[in-house]
Design a protein around this ligand. Structure first.
Ligand code: GRF
Length: 190
């Protein structure tokens, strides 16, 4: 059965594009049914439209910090597209445990660090500050604790002597664009 995939974004959506492009392959086993953003300005929305993927916006701002109310609306919109898998791809909102429970075992995220190291933000700068030899990225199953769910797939990326957070970001994101489609393909077949 071809799995139905929703992708949630907040920004440029470069990982979303890599997922959608990869799913064009007939043997992928999954297809994109929705790209949803939490703000209408998310640049990735236009890219999704250009790729022919339906889009939706659930703006978090009118909820003024009421996470439960935002999650209720998001769940309703998401459910109406009947996704089998939800991929977070640079989605910058933290869900309530109740929302995550509703999608338990069906929601993936990509994180720009070698989890369990550097959960949260500023991962590359933290790896540089620690003097790590390797950075990287991880795809994991989303559980209520932030960036703490089981890792599905991970890749190491070398940190070079003159790296800044920007140069490391640029090197890692190229690998994210390969890792996430590979992880989704395996996950969709499982
Ligand atoms: C990526 O670095 C991803 O790992 C992180 O947010 C960023 C999203 O970038 N979760 P993009 O919107 O996919 O370009």
């Amino acid at each position: 059965m071809t799995k139905r995939v929703a992708i949630l974004i907040s920004g440029s959506g470069s990982n979303m594009v890599s997922l959608v492009e990869a799913m064009k392959s007939p043997d992928f086993g999954a297809k994109p049914v929705l790209v949803l953003a939490n703000k209408a300005e998310a640049a990735g929305l236009e890219k999704a439209k250009a790729l022919g993927v339906p889009t939706a916006v659930v703006d978090h701002r009118p909820y003024k910090g009421d996470r439960a109310a935002f999650d209720t609306e998001l769940h309703e919109v998401l459910s109406s597209y009947k996704p089998d898998i939800v991929c977070l791809a640079g989605f910058m909102r933290i869900f309530t445990p109740e929302l995550i429970e509703k999608w338990a075992g069906k929601m993936l995220n990509i994180h720009p660090a070698l989890l369990p190291k550097y959960k949260g933000l500023n991962t590359h700068q933290r790896a540089l500050d620690a003097g790590d030899a390797m950075g990287g990225c991880s795809v994991h199953i989303v559980t209520p604790e932030l960036d703490a769910g089981p890792v599905v797939k991970q890749v190491e990326v070398p940190i070079l002597p003159n790296d800044t957070a920007d140069t490391l970001t640029a090197r890692v994101i190229k690998e994210e664009h390969k890792l996430y489609p590979a992880a989704l393909k395996e996950f969709a077949k499982a």
